[in-house]
Design a protein around this ligand. Structure first.
Ligand code: FIX
Ligand code: ZN
Length: 417
């Protein structure tokens, strides 16, 4: 039925977004089969690196003393500092409260012991089900790094897979630290040398092919600094040109570039020590223009890059813009970016990914994102309804399914002439 009034339009958009099964295309959570690599529960939520960055603004304990504390003690200190002694208004603090509220816990009671008691009753397997149910997530894409010494053995010891947890091959170490990566490839039986010879290229391609097959990678991915340039006379650009792009082309898999992170600006904050810088859109445009058969998924960390990224995607059909990453994953910026993307790219975008590091975060990252996307999408429909266009509920459900998974899957299947 064509929708003819504002109330029905709002209801149709909200219902479609509330019911859509989500494909979360980039996370750092693991399937239960990875054991302790799957982080969940209140202490993991409270010691999330976003909150670490915020708590240190108030703390005068030394970094070293903080890191020497147990996770429970760290969580206690963060709860006291950010939730009890001050109102938890930041997006990351609000996220913890959204999770507790959605799990039916007494948020107003502020009883950390009671929250811990609740989680102590759960098993990882049952909790994965509960969180996927509560967040509306159907499947997530993990971040799988063969250079990670805790993760690699799980794959080599025959991890059997889990339909809810897809894989993506993460190759930051290969591209950004070749000087320390090549000895490891050698150790694993690949005949590489520090010099980027043809033989080394063949072996690096073999390494990528082996691991892409082993994990069943949906795409290959790397985070890149603001200084990332292509073309460039560097190991990174050369390895991308000679190895990553050919392998991605062969497998018809996208290469995902997460551009704009300055690693360890404050190394004493560890994972919380990274910061942002404006990236170079020309590198993205050059890659899309000169490798038309390759597919690129791009998200950029700096607010200042967002408009030019949308415009680049208007030029190149082999470019999929996705997610409001990390420091732009705040309601005010998600709204700004989503509105701009819908206005410049229509529905041909993946508006969000969760980047969840703790399983429970799927609940708040998607709750918060869906609320903003629903508002923006509603406004866009309302604008066309005002012209006399009459969308139907099925059409709105179709559009929403594209945004929360369909665009990603069809981009994966896409073969470029
Ligand atoms: O490079 C990435 O995938 C980033 O998302 C992470 O490194 C970062 O630590 C993070 O968790 C951001 O949300
Ligand atoms: Zn990430």
């Amino acid at each position: 039925m064509p929708i003819t009034n504002a109330r029905d339009l709002r209801a149709a958009v909200d219902t479609a977004i509330a019911q859509v099964p989500i494909t979360d295309i980039h996370t750092h959570i693991y399937a239960p089969g990875f054991g302790d690599l799957l982080l969940w529960g209140i202490d993991e939520l409270l010691t999330y690196h976003y909150l670490l960055a915020e708590v240190f603004r108030w703390l005068d304990v030394s970094y070293e003393n903080f890191w020497d504390m147990s996770k429970t003690d760290q969580a206690d200190l963060i709860w006291k500092t950010l939730f009890v002694e001050r109102s938890p208004i930041s997006e990351s603090c609000r996220g913890v409260l959204t999770v507790l509220e959605r799990l039916g816990l007494d948020v107003g009671g502020r009883d950390l012991t009671a929250y811990r008691e609740f989680f102590s009753q759960k098993t990882p397997e049952e909790y994965v089900e509960q969180v996927f149910q509560a967040s509306g997530v159907k499947e997530v894409v993990m971040t799988n790094d063969p250079f990670d010494d805790l993760e690699r053995p799980v794959w080599l010891e025959g991890y059997e897979g889990d339909q809810r947890f897809k894989a993506a091959l993460r190759i930051d170490a290969l591209l950004n630290q070749w000087e320390t990566a090549w000895p490891r490839l050698k150790e694993w039986g690949y005949e590489v040398t520090p010099a980027l010879t043809d033989k080394t290229f063949v072996e690096v391609r073999r390494f990528l092919g082996d691991w892409a097959a082993r994990v069943g990678a949906l795409y290959l991915a790397a985070s890149l600094p603001p200084t990332f340039r292509f073309p460039e006379d560097s190991a990174r650009a050369t390895l991308m040109k000679e190895c990553v792009l050919p392998v991605c082309g062969e497998l018809n898999r996208p290469f995902s570039m997460m551009i704009g992170v300055k690693k360890l600006t404050n190394p004493r904050l560890r994972l919380a020590g990274d910061s942002v810088g404006k990236g170079d859109i020309e590198a993205v445009e050059y890659l899309c223009a000169n490798y038309p058969q390759n597919k690129f998924m791009v998200t950029m960390l700096a607010r200042e890059n967002q408009q030019e990224l949308c415009v680049a995607a208007r030029k190149f059909r082999n470019l999929l813009v996705f997610g409001c990453w990390w420091f732009v994953n705040n309601p005010s910026l998600v709204e700004e970016m989503t509105r701009m993307r819908f206005e410049l790219l229509g529905l041909s975008v993946v508006p969000q990914h969760s980047d969840a590091r703790v399983l429970d975060q799927l609940i708040y990252k998607w709750d918060h994102a869906k609320a903003v996307i629903a508002d923006v999408l509603h406004d866009k429909y309302a604008d066309i309804v005002a012209t006399g266009w009459r969308p139907t509920e099925d059409e709105i459900r179709r559009d929403v399914a594209m945004l929360f998974g369909g665009n990603f899957w069809s981009f994966l299947e896409k073969r470029l002439p």
